[in-house]
Ligand binder design. Structure first.
Ligand code: GAP
Length: 506
């Protein structure tokens, strides 16, 4: 059994070795927390984006798309609260010179206490066997209650101090909890200070005439400032949604764990505009709808869980994460936020332009409330990749690495492989390739023994390999090999296209 850390290392090196993800600027020793997607990575990423777009836009008659610019008027970020409140509280360890997010240090500490509770429950479950009642145990066991009380009091003090921006008290809390630097092991901390996560640059040619603008830290604001354009030109009626995918930028301090936390990343966001007062119903609806989307990929539900927020962002009246069990534990994959009328109200105030919707049923104007779904494309890529990666021992004693990607997301759907590089097999295989490539990403390969070619396609997750052999020349049939079962069936070439479409749709 390998541990999760080793498993994660295997995934990152597999991603590089097979052309999925490369470190940005690698020949210049890399740029921290920025990554490039290689020939297979770009296909997987495009397919995830398309799968999301299809579910959100194509399959919802009341949701339309948008592609707004990355550069926007700087006042947008003042109105949205990002200039003043998009901060992380930072603390440095004076001995290791390492920088940490103070909230992450405190949350990790609370997670350790939660682990102790889980261990108590596990021990008790073993002791009591079938008769064990977990609910009763956690409600009455003295040790568990003490741990729970510790977590609750840390949480309320920490969030209280953060709310009041009392950074001195956050430092005091870190000291009182005896939190040490994971690198130096010391408690020699600096003061806590706030650090804004937005990247800025200059727009304009002369220093005097240039204005500071920001690289968007979320795609959502592009939707808000276009909401009336879309509503009016599309004659949209509430409730309706606007969806957008695109790059976002954050100067993350603790950027680690590969493509989990990046400085340049892509978001897939949808803002759903609703009647005030109906937002919490829609919030519940979108929580379930988004979870359904994840499960539709065939990834087991045990890999997902909801996490309701204790501390709400400045714009929200309810918020939940869909967490995924990454190799380093359950972490946020997607956020669902009930953003109230905060954003539209603020843009109305700062721009001086009315952003109201005329509701023909009520015969009145109002600023709609908004429920948002927001998922990181790169993070979804990591979730899919880490779940798909498997090492298998085969019956003949050999081993294979296989990416069991959902077929709809796989970079290549089909590999077309002539059994040999002679006897007219390559020509026949090329004919098949020319037909199939009209509908699918296909890969033609004739080099190396067939077994080796199967292994290469297992490693990049190609769900089907079509092999052309001597019988193909006689009766126009080929074998089609399933990546996961490795079983082969013989089918007529003229039915191949339909068979593959049906398999991918499954
Ligand atoms: N518009 C709301 C918003 O941006 P968020 O929770 O800050 O909310 C939404 O981000 C999603 O974007 C997250 O759930 C995550 O999947 C992704 N994300 C956020 N920061 C990221 C980063 N630094 N690197 C990769 N993905 C990130």
């Amino acid at each position: 059994m390998i541990n999760q850390e080793e498993f994660f290392k295997k995934i990152t090196s597999h991603a590089k070795e097979y052309g999925f993800v490369f470190q940005s600027s690698e020949i210049y020793d890399g740029l921290s927390a920025v990554y490039d997607y290689g020939q297979n990575g770009v296909e997987l990423k495009n397919n995830i984006r398309a799968y999301w777009w299809k579910a959100m836009v194509q399959q919802h008659e009341n949701i339309v798309g948008l592609d707004s610019a990355i550069f926007m008027h700087p006042t947008i970020w003042k109105a949205s609260g990002h200039v003043d409140a998009f901060n992380d509280p930072l603390i440095d360890n004076k001995d290791s010179k390492k920088r940490y997010r103070a909230d992450v240090l405190v949350e990790d500490h609370m997670a350790k206490i939660e682990d102790k509770i889980a261990k108590e429950v596990e021990k008790a479950a073993k002791r009591f066997g079938e008769a064990f009642d977990e609910q009763q145990f956690v409600a009455t066991n003295a040790r568990v209650l003490e741990y729970r009380q510790q977590v609750d009091s840390i949480r309320s003090r920490f969030f209280g101090s953060l709310e009041k921006n009392d950074l001195d008290d956050i430092k005091k809390l870190i000291e009182e909890l005896g939190i040490v630097c994971p690198v130096s092991g010391s408690r020699n901390w600096t003061e806590v200070r706030q650090f804004n996560l937005m990247f800025s640059t200059q727009m304009g040619s002369t220093v005097e005439g240039a204005s500071e603008i920001f690289l968007r830290p979320e795609t959502a604001q592009g939707i808000f400032v276009n909401y009336l354009n879309v509503q009016k030109t599309g004659r949209m009626k509430i409730p309706f949604g606007i969806a957008q995918t695109g790059k976002a930028f954050r100067n993350e301090i603790v950027a680690r764990q590969f493509i989990f936390r990046m400085r340049e990343f892509e978001q897939m966001e949808m803002q759903f505009f609703v009647k005030p007062g109906e937002e919490l119903e829609w919030f519940e609806y979108w929580k379930q709808e988004r979870l359904r989307w994840h499960l539709s990929l065939g990834i087991p539900s045990a890999k997902y869980r909801f996490h309701d927020h204790d501390k709400l962002a400045h714009y929200a009246n309810a918020a939940a994460d869909i967490e995924f069990e990454f190799p380093f534990g359950f972490k946020e994959l997607e956020g669902i936020h009930s953003r109230t009328d905060f954003d539209l109200g603020a843009h109305q105030k700062y721009s001086g332009k009315k952003l109201q919707y005329f509701d023909p049923e009520l015969n009145e104007n109002y600023v709609p409330y908004v429920v948002e779904t927001s998922i990181g494309l790169d993070r979804m890529f990591l979730a899919v990749l880490s779940h798909a990666y498997a090492e298998e021992k085969l019956e003949d004693g050999s081993e294979r690495v296989v990416l069991k990607l959902p077929a709809v997301l796989a970079p290549y759907k089909v590999a077309v492989l002539p059994l040999m590089k002679k006897d007219g097999l390559p020509e026949k295989a090329r004919e098949i390739m020319d037909i199939l490539k009209q509908d699918f990403m296909c890969h033609y390969e004739e080099k190396d023994a067939i077994g080796k070619r199967y292994r290469r396609h297992d490693a990049i997750g190609t769900p089907y390999c079509v092999t052309v052999d001597h019988q193909s020349l006689e009766d126009n049939t080929v074998t089609i090999r399933d990546r996961d079962s490795m079983l082969q069936e013989r089918v007529a070439i003229d039915q191949l296209q339909g068979i593959i479409i049906a398999k991918i749709r499954k």
